[in-house]
Ligand binder design. Sequence first.
Ligand code: ADP
Ligand code: MG
Length: 699
Amino acid sequence: MNANLLQTPIDYLKGVGPSRAKVLKTELGIQTYGDLLNFFPNRYLDKTRFYKINELQRNSADVQIVGKITHIKSVEQKRGKRLVADFVDSTGKMELVWFRGQKWIRENLKINTPYVIFGKTNWFNGVFSMPHPEMELVEDYKKQLRTAMQPVYPSTEKLAKAGISNRVINKITQQLFLEAKGRFFESLSEEILQEFKLISKSEALFNIHFPKSQELLAKAQFRLKFEELFYIQLQLIRKNLLHKKKIKGYVFEKVGENFTNFYNEHLPFDLTGAQKRVIKEIRNDLGSGAQMNRLLQGDVGSGKTIVALMSMFIALDNDFQACLMAPTEILSVQHYNGLIDLCKELNTSIEILTGSTKTSKRREIHEKLENGEIDILIGTHALLEDKVQFKNLGLAVIDEQHRFGVAQRARLWKKNDLPPHILVMTATPIPRTLAMSLYGDLDISVIDELPPGRKPIKTVHRYDANRLKVFAFIREEIKKGRQVYIVYPLIQESETMDYKDLMDGYESIAREFPEFQISIVHGQMKAEAKDYEMDRFVSGETQIMVATTVIEVGVNVPNASVMIIESAERFGLSQLHQLRGRVGRGAEQSFCILMTGHKLSEDSKTRLQTMTTTNDGFEIAEVDLKLRGPGDLMGTQQSGVLNLQIADIVKDNDILKTARHLAIKVLKEDPNLQLEKNKVLHHTFAQISRKKTIWNYIS
Ligand code: ADP
Ligand code: MG
């Protein structure tokens, strides 16, 4: 079809008009014919079958009946009126019921005229009834473009209010197909269509809106999902290739004094094989001449910090500075203390900058940073402020990446002429294929081995009713010299209910354990108070830490061996796993106790069971992904994977893999899509790139 037609503003489509156009634009983002064409149904109803009234079962969903209205009446009920119509066919009688819009309905219903009705039926007082049926005069019904499967389009309250029902969308889409004469540009090459046995674009679009059969619908869905995922992968991979070629990075050719000295003289332990491998990967990147953009995945406690430090040493050895960003104040302080400790016999200059750094200190840091007196700067988002200017930042390490967006990563770049190398560390295990489609521009390293001597954490589930036994256990462990975390859910830091739970919990713990010292940390505390409480726990002054999830990421207290998670059913799997990772960092046997009430949903049961049966972060991530889908996976909330039109990164993982393979193959052979056979791909790719940048998908 004429490409211009697809650009036509939706206002011009027959049956739309200015007021509907306005709602379509604001509610669904449908601006043009093309947008409407790509607005796909999210489910389909099988309307091939007609029921007779005497065939109805109690509670049938989605039944379709032909009959006539014989009588309409208003019935008073406790809360307002309802409108009831008697509806009959040759086999019996039932009722149609409306609670809303009664006046309009009453005025428009025709008596003794055949209707097709569709909806869900109830059985009440010996009569079948159908509330708010979809209705159409048989006369009109016959004129419509009929298909086996009836599409149901996503709707919103505002759309419904504006009268843009499913039927209206269906009708204007029919109109669009009429005007386009059902012909649309093919967007995949002949070669690809043949290799993967895909139906044509025109056929796919027709069958996605008006499926002729189940089989054709499935083919249409497959073709469109394949296409969508293929072009995303094409963009990601192409960007990655370009990136390697074009974005130059500083070349760190030497491994010098800092690195070697530390490695030979000051390493507090032997590195694991995985740590060595990852350091090697990073060294290669840093010497390659291209900017490093590497994601380092490693389960909690796998020892990412030392990898970060050694990478930073390479930067220092080449006369560059490095920085380490963490998402919270507590974490920054821990990193600072940890690195100071590791470097205590070296003369590395390390500073920390956070939101609570005093103005005078802040000025001093700014100055020393600019004249190069500071080697490593650690801190929170405060590092991204404009005033923070490095003399020559060579490497930025970002811990727990999911709290920093792509835009923020980019912000660091502006601070010098060449972008610094970037190492992003995360303990949130992201299944590899998902990671590739989310962070296609990052290379991935994995630490898949824990330091030796770690005893796997024992995890159990206990009901609230057994709390006394749990308390007795806590007491025993503390008497052995251990420390204990007790964590309360805090879904949103502002939720007063959660705050109350935490405080109630704190009080009952304080009553129960008068002989012990207790720290408390939560999101509403001032930074200094938090630090003070944290410090007391880290130094062993307090034995119990009552906290919300602020302690989730990174906090390291090797002597803590018990993690109690209250209302564990309210946490997501990845959060539970992160929390559990706070213990099991020392030589002692550690425990994680998941406390819940008796009432548990199926999903909660699965989560608890997963936690008690495995310690493997990747396995847990897979279950998490299945339970929640990618939209909720930590770190992907803002990723926009949900902007996908038809494919689902989790459910369509197989298609994703195939599409990714294909994209790699195509670009290897023809990086700029210049070959004759790839003309279609070139054209479509250019169109997509003009409209959406890849950041629509991944930032
Ligand atoms: P994470 O990957 O969660 O950031 P850390 O870097 O905080 O893990 O390391 C967790 C603990 O393990 C720290 O106490 C650290 O000193 C220790 N550790 C790291 N690597 C090793 C190793 N190879 N051998 C022994 N202990 C190690
Ligand atoms: Mg860490």
